[in-house]
Design a protein around this ligand. Structure first.
Ligand code: UTP
Ligand code: MN
Length: 457
């Protein structure tokens, strides 16, 4: 019988098989109320059940079987569905820590979150971190919503939305755009700060000082002969390419190179792609790798060997390695001054040899490079972790930054624990908690496990 979907126990796979087809006309269920079926349907896709589809009780199906053809639908066959109030608004229970929520990469509210992220960025340029995080949190809550916000009413029960964020959201819902955000985006200061902090090795403070001296762009730095450190020189030299998004394909090509380097200098070592790409992003600003070896201690002083291997093959344009400075304190973890971790780490710029696919996002090759010698510059972070800390390092380097921030805040405020990319310390029991996997860490923290692709807070 074509066009009939039988959802005995609302088995997802069973129903979705039929659901792919738009020709479904009758949906039959056994032992479920109409509301249950409707709720299940609402959770499937954003798809509404069209009025031509019948939600029916199993009796219609059995009668049709007996009649050897679909019998006419009568009122008694129909499942009763309560009139739709704003189901979403009333059923959504939004948790307030980002690490308690599932935040997919693709969401329904980018028209709102992009505006809030401009406000966040602008606050960061003004060195107002609290404000910057507040706007980022507001954006993050909207990213976790399973529907597109239409009215202010729908925001009533959501956490983390301050007055300012709400004002901006209201403006966008009513007028399609926020004048405050648009004029901020267009402002000379915002654009200059974006351009200057977009230079590898330049932070907000330096950029702000340059802005107040009248400088607006990397070319202004060159023109006025500014004193630059080695990192910033590389940043200016490769500015355009480093500001071109890195594709997943390029990340994989670099992954292959790093794998080759690592296994040449330390057989048995393991390497893992981290950061945004681990969360399923297709584009990134850099590529992050975590390296370890199952035999604790073998990983020591590994980085210089990897770097030499890469340099011998002319694969690096810049690198700066910092040594591992992590020391586990017996009593309690010392809090690193800036929350940075202390792994052996290399900030580098790779020289990625060209493939047709590695041309810029505009598809154009720089004109001074022939096809054979084409390469592009890509920011790469390499991190080496001892095996015993690998689960913590994996969790810490997967991101997103807000997800990490809230994991640590949750640990401290709700669990009296201190979480870093190295360890988890229980301040009540006064001991370190060991873990072999991310799953175990979530469990110790009393959190439901959130897979990387849903940590895009
Ligand atoms: P990134 O800055 O690379 O961000 O940090 P990302 O999520 O990969 O996004 P894009 O695409 O590159 O812009 C990756 C993760 O590594 C952690 C951050 O907290 C983030 O979660 N990280 C980064 C550290 O733990 N320490 C650092 O010094 C830098
Ligand atoms: Mn990254």
């Amino acid at each position: 019988m074509s066009g009939v979907s039988h959802a005995q126990h609302l088995n997802e796979i069973e129903v979705q098989m039929y659901w792919v087809s738009s020709s479904v006309t009758h949906l039959v269920s056994e032992n479920n109320s109409g509301d249950e079926v409707q709720t299940w349907l609402d959770h499937q896709t954003a798809r509404d059940v069209s009025s031509s589809e019948h939600l029916l009780d199993i009796t219609w199906f059995t009668e049709s079987m007996e009649a050897r053809q679909p019998v006419p639908v009568e009122e008694r066959h129909r499942l009763k569905v309560a009139p739709k109030q704003n189901v979403n608004v009333n059923t959504i229970q939004m948790k307030s820590y980002a690490c308690q929520r599932r935040t997919p990469l693709k969401h329904h509210n980018s028209h709102l979150t992009e505006a809030l992220e401009v406000l966040s960025e602008n606050a960061a340029y003004g060195e107002n971190e609290g404000r910057s995080v507040a706007f980022r949190r507001a954006a993050s809550v909207l990213k976790a919503l399973p529907y597109r916000v239409q009215t202010m009413d729908e925001l009533k029960c959501l956490p983390c939305l301050g007055d300012h964020s709400q004002r901006v959201i209201k403006e966008i819902l009513e007028d399609g755009t926020s004048r405050e955000v648009e004029s901020m985006r267009q402002s000379e200061q915002f654009q200059a700060m974006k351009a200057l902090t977009g230079i590898f090795g330049v932070g907000v403070r330096t950029a702000d000082r340059w802005f107040r001296e009248g400088l607006r762009s990397p070319s202004d730095l060159i023109r006025t002969g500014q004193q630059l450190n080695r990192e910033q020189q590389a940043g200016v030299l490769y500015y355009d390419e480093l500001n071109k998004p890195v594709t997943k394909h390029e990340a994989d090509l670099i992954g292959d190179i790093v794998k080759e380097a690592v296994s040449a200098v330390l057989p048995g070592a393991e390497i893992q792609l981290m950061g945004g790409f681990r969360r399923g992003k297709e584009l990134g600003h850099d590529v992050d790798f975590l390296i370890t070896h199952p035999e604790e201690g073998k990983e020591e002083e590994l980085m210089p060997k990897i770097i030499s291997w890469l340099e011998e093959r002319d694969l690096l344009l810049y690198q700066k390695t910092t040594r591992n400075s992590y020391l586990e304190k017996k009593d309690a973890p010392g809090r690193p001054p800036n929350n940075m971790d202390r792994f052996e780490r290399c900030f580098s710029i790779f020289k990625l040899q060209g493939h047709a696919e590695t041309t810029g996002s505009d598809g154009v090759r720089p004109s001074n490079q022939s096809e054979a010698s084409y390469w592009r510059a890509v920011r790469v972070d390499l991190v080496v972790s001892p095996y015993s800390q690998f689960a913590f390092a994996t969790l810490g380097w997967t991101g997103s930054k807000l997800f990490e921030r809230d994991l640590r805040r949750w640990a401290g405020q709700e669990k009296h624990m201190s979480l870093s990319s190295h360890a988890l310390y229980d301040s009540v029991q006064r001991c370190y908690v060991r873990a072999q996997s991310e799953e175990e860490i979530f469990e110790y923290l009393g959190l439901e496990f959130i897979p990387p692709c849903e940590r895009n807070a």
